[in-house]
Design a protein around this ligand. Structure first.
Ligand SMILES: [Zn+2]
Length: 446
């Protein structure tokens, strides 16, 4: 007999609490309420907390990392005088950026998938991850999520592309009360099945890649399907949320999108509130705009992550462009506001059999190819792709074959892939590097 949805919710809620206690210790509930209290506090209290965390981090960086010891020269350097941290600094100085006070065994390796800048490897610690998750729990509640509530996730899962029977993935979904639709491989059949399933089990929220969500919404719209239950909200993340994505999705699903802005390097940066403003997560980071006037002229976003003591990110140029606002938000929350967020986009590829493949699939496949410095994959037509690569001395013919095979595996064995070796891949005028560009993607040839 199937488990009732109330029982399932209670089971899942208990499992979430067990998981959090295991990960963060018995005090996690009080940690969550402390985080929430600060994020709900008055502006001056939030900023005072942030200043204190910043001072502690700068002292730690100076005292325990060779890179900042050399760079700062003094323990009491002011943040505005510290040179920005570029991705190439991390590539070249990775070991020197790591704190000597944190043993190697306690470092957690992570890497960007490459969709928001050149691929990059770095380290984080358990405290960073605990705090990152607490912030996600706090901000996702703005969209109606809570522990144990059913959620539909439309996300790119590499394991799903290759093996959708992975039992660990299935078990994880079961206890988290998640339903999964693979955003890297959206077929009509998968979208039909997912819609029918949603119609039975009524997820409270959806968490999605904007472009995958848009494809799903377009599919429902074209087929005259609409959710008939009360969906509380939709959380989008990891890419640019274009206004046409938002308008179609909000119409089809009859609910609001809450856009979440974050990065693997630094965690949750900002979250959209009910009044449609992006509030900056001042609990976990200090955000600056590299611009003569951050309130009027957009500039590069610089992030100082306040919790990652294994490898301090100070004034890190994340690769996105934004602008601040001095507005007081009508929603009542006093966290400062990020007024504009520009950049961050990956293309969607279409195959000859009309399957849509998320560009993130390729960035995830290629970010650790040995000898590859940079790449750009352009789908010129249904039959032809151009792969531009910047390579170093470690590059081999086997790497070239691997990349071509992955592209043909996804787009069709008869697709011609022209590999071009180039000195550099110039930045577009937006300043935003694009790893995947499709000239036949979603909405472009309909
Ligand atoms: Zn607000």
């Amino acid at each position: 007999m199937p488990i009732s949805s109330t029982t399932k919710k209670l089971m899942s809620k208990a499992a979430w609490h067990a998981y959090n206690t295991y990960r963060k210790g018995v005090s996690y509930r009080s940690q969550l309420s402390v985080t929430a209290a600060l994020l709900n506090a008055q502006r001056e209290d939030i900023l005072a907390f942030q200043r204190e965390q910043l001072t502690k981090l700068l002292r730690h960086a100076y005292q325990t990392t060779p890179y900042y010891r050399e760079l700062l020269k003094t323990e009491s350097a002011h943040i505005s005088q510290i040179p920005t941290l570029e991705k190439r600094n991390i590539r070249e100085q990775l070991e020197h950026l790591c704190s000597k006070a944190i043993p190697q065994a306690r470092r957690i390796k992570n890497a960007t998938g490459g969709s928001t800048g050149a691929p990059l490897t770095f380290y984080q610690d358990r405290n960073y991850w605990n705090q990152r998750n607490l912030s996600v729990y706090y901000f996702d509640r703005w969209a109606g999520w809570n522990f144990g509530e059913r959620q539909l996730i439309i996300w790119g899962a590499l394991s799903d592309v290759e093996n959708n029977q992975d039992w660990k993935h299935q078990l994880n979904n079961f206890w988290r009360n998640h339903h999964w639709l693979n955003g890297f491989h959206l077929t009509d059949a998968a979208m039909w099945t997912t819609f029918r399933k949603m119609d039975r089990c009524h997820p409270q929220t959806i968490l999605a890649y904007p472009s995958s969500l848009y494809q799903f919404a377009a599919f429902l719209f074209e087929n005259g399907l609409a959710p008939k239950w009360d969906l509380k909200g939709i959380i989008t993340s990891a890419e640019m949320l274009h206004s046409h994505y938002r308008s179609l999705t909000e119409t089809v699903f009859g609910t609001k999108i809450y856009n979440r802005y974050g990065g693997r390097e630094v965690g949750l940066i900002a979250m959209e509130c009910a009044a449609g403003r992006m509030h900056i997560n001042c609990h976990d980071l200090y955000l600056e705009i590299d611009s003569p006037n951050p309130y009027t002229t957009p500039g590069d976003i610089l992030i100082t992550q306040l919790n990652n003591y294994a490898m301090p990110f100070i004034r890190y140029r994340i690769g996105d462009i934004g602008r601040l606002s001095d507005e007081v938000c009508p929603c009542g929350n006093q966290l400062p506001i990020l007024a504009e967020l520009l950049g961050r986009s990956t293309a969607t590829f279409r195959t000859r059999t009309d399957t849509l493949i998320h560009g993130g699939y390729f960035t995830q496949q290629f970010y650790n190819v040995i000898g590859l410095e940079q790449f750009q994959l352009i789908q010129e037509s249904l039959k032809h792709c151009v792969l531009k690569v910047v390579v170093n001395a470690q590059w081999t013919e086997a790497a070239r074959r691997y990349m071509v095979q992955k592209i043909q595996g996804a787009l069709g064995a008869d697709v011609i892939v022209t590999v071009q070796f180039v000195e550099e891949i110039p930045l577009p005028t937006s300043g935003k590097r694009e790893f995947t560009i499709s000239k036949v993607g979603v909405g472009r040839n309909d």
